[in-house]
Every structure is written in structure tokens, then in C-alpha cells.
Design a protein around this ligand. Structure first.
Ligand code: ADP
Ligand code: 5GP
Length: 223
């Protein structure tokens, strides 16, 4: 990605928010995001989920263009060479990445953007996009994580083992994130995640129109 493209994304980050959500596989981020969008429709109107490119095969029920843009490795590598990713990483043996086109399309529509990406991608975003807000979803324990991953029934035994192995290093990186949501009780975790998104609405950057209106009422020469 060229410096101008990075600058453009950074500048746009000041217009709307760029949220990064990470968790080890099976911690419940997809479930939480789904619940958040159902329970908080006003958040869903402002916030758009960025669809990543991925080289892994689709799971049952996954739809191209909705869950991921499923591409082969050659296409993905071409996109890397063309500088078309804001971030990308090899995750559990497959390539995943956020395209600049996707983020810019959502921003052009005036939406805040949510990236659901791994710890390597999150580190790239923190380094490149000023003001990005990062959130980590923490499972209650390693044993519960394994139970959830197996209970989901969507991955092969080999993939489950790999994801559990990778989870050790991923969980240790939760301290690099601004916010940490413990996903023990699902409804409570969803409330906590909504609180993070809501709080951003009251950041002084987002309150500028209201601040300016109040500032205009101040007398130049108070008695
Ligand atoms: P991720 O997207 O992080 O890989 P998923 O959202 O697919 O994880 O969740 C993994 C499994 O755990 C799913 O079967 C989901 O229903 C279950 N799950 C998620 N959160 C909870 C929770 N708080 N309590 C119990 N089960 C949960
Ligand atoms: P899954 O294969 O279960 O859908 O996702 C596995 C992991 O890939 C998760 O940690 C998820 O956050 C990560 N991931 C999904 N999309 C991207 C992406 O665009 N970039 C990066 N770096 N990771 C991603």
C-alpha cells in the first residue's frame, strides 16, 4: 500500500470510526456481532461489517460476498502484489485480508467500519490507522474455548488442534487492545460490546457539532 493510500485511510478514520475486533477462534466473536446487530439496530445502521478476502474453503452455509470473498491463493497473492490490502495475514494456514476497496466503499457510504480480524492484522491496523479502536473478545478459559470450538462442529480435527495451538499466543496479546470483553455470559458480553460502540459516540471528535453550537453561545466578554 502506498503512503498516499495509508494517509487517505487515516484521514477517513477521522471522519468515522474504524473498529477492530479480535479473538481466538471459537471465543464467540461472530455470535456476538450477530447478536449486537439484532439487539441494537441503531448501532447496525451506523456500523458496517467489512467483508474480508479469504483463501479457506467456505463452511456450510457461508455465502461468498457476505461472510468472505472466497478467492484462490493465486488471486490473493496478486492482490498483495498490487497493494490492494489494508492488512493481511496467514491465519491458521489460510490467507485472510481486508481490502482497501471494501473499507473505502463502506466509508464512502458514511458508515463506521468493523473489521473482524486476527491479532496480526490488528497490529498492522494499529500501526497504520491512527484512531482505530481495538477490542478483544476473551473466552472464560482455555477449556471453554475448546468446548466451544468442538461444539460448533464446523472444523476438522486438524483445524481445531491448530486453532487451539494458535489461541495460546493470541490470548496473550489481549493486553495490546484498548478494550477487552469477557465472553462468559453471551448477553452480558453483548451489552459490554455495545457499550464500547456507544461510548465512542461521545468522544469529543464526534461531538464537534454540538460542542461548536454551545461554544457559539458563550459571551466574548462575560460579566
Ligand atoms: P468465533 O467467531 O470467535 O470463531 P463463534 O461465534 O463461531 O466463534 O462461536 C463458537 C461457538 O461458541 C458457537 O457454537 C457459539 O454458539 C458458541 N458461543 C459463543 N459465545 C458463547 C457463550 N457466551 N456461551 C456459550 N456458547 C457460546
Ligand atoms: P474463520 O476461519 O474462523 O472465519 O476465521 C479465523 C480467523 O481469521 C479469525 O481470527 C478471524 O478474525 C481472522 N480473519 C478473518 N478475516 C480476516 C482478515 O481480513 N484479516 C486478518 N488478519 N484476519 C482475518
Amino acid at each position: 500500500m502506498s503512503n498516499e493510500q495509508v494517509a487517505e485511510v487515516e484521514q477517513k478514520a477521522q471522519g468515522g470510526d474504524l473498529f477492530v475486533l479480535s479473538a481466538p477462534s471459537g471465543a464467540g466473536k461472530s455470535t456476538l456481532i450477530r447478536m449486537l446487530f439484532e439487539r441494537f439496530p441503531e448501532l447496525a445502521r451506523r456500523l458496517a461489517f467489512s467483508v474480508s478476502h479469504a483463501t479457506r474453503p467456505p463452511r456450510e452455509g457461508e455465502v461468498d460476498g457476505r461472510h468472505y470473498y472466497f478467492v484462490d491463493e493465486q488471486t490473493f497473492r496478486q492482490m498483495i502484489d498490487q497493494g490492494r490490502f489494508l492488512e493481511w495475514a496467514e491465519v491458521h494456514g489460510h490467507f485472510k485480508g481486508t481490502s482497501l476497496d471494501e473499507v473505502e466503499r463502506l466509508r464512502a457510504a458514511g458508515r463506521d467500519v468493523l473489521l473482524e480480524i486476527d491479532v496480526q492484522g490488528a497490529a498492522q491496523i494499529r500501526a497504520r490507522v491512527d484512531g482505530a479502536i481495538s477490542v478483544f473478545v476473551l473466552p472464560p478459559s482455555y477449556a471453554v474455548l475448546e468446548r466451544r470450538l468442538r461444539g460448533r462442529g464446523s472444523d476438522s480435527e486438524e483445524q481445531i488442534r491448530r486453532r487451539l495451538r494458535d489461541a495460546v499466543n493470541e490470548i496473550r496479546q489481549c493486553v495490546d487492545y484498548e478494550y477487552v470483553i469477557l465472553n462468559d455470559d453471551l448477553a452480558a458480553a453483548c451489552e459490554a460490546l455495545a457499550a464500547v460502540f456507544h461510548a465512542r459516540r461521545f468522544h469529543h471528535d464526534r461531538m464537534q457539532p454540538q460542542i461548536q453550537r454551545v461554544l457559539h453561545t458563550l459571551p466574548d466578554d462575560p460579566a
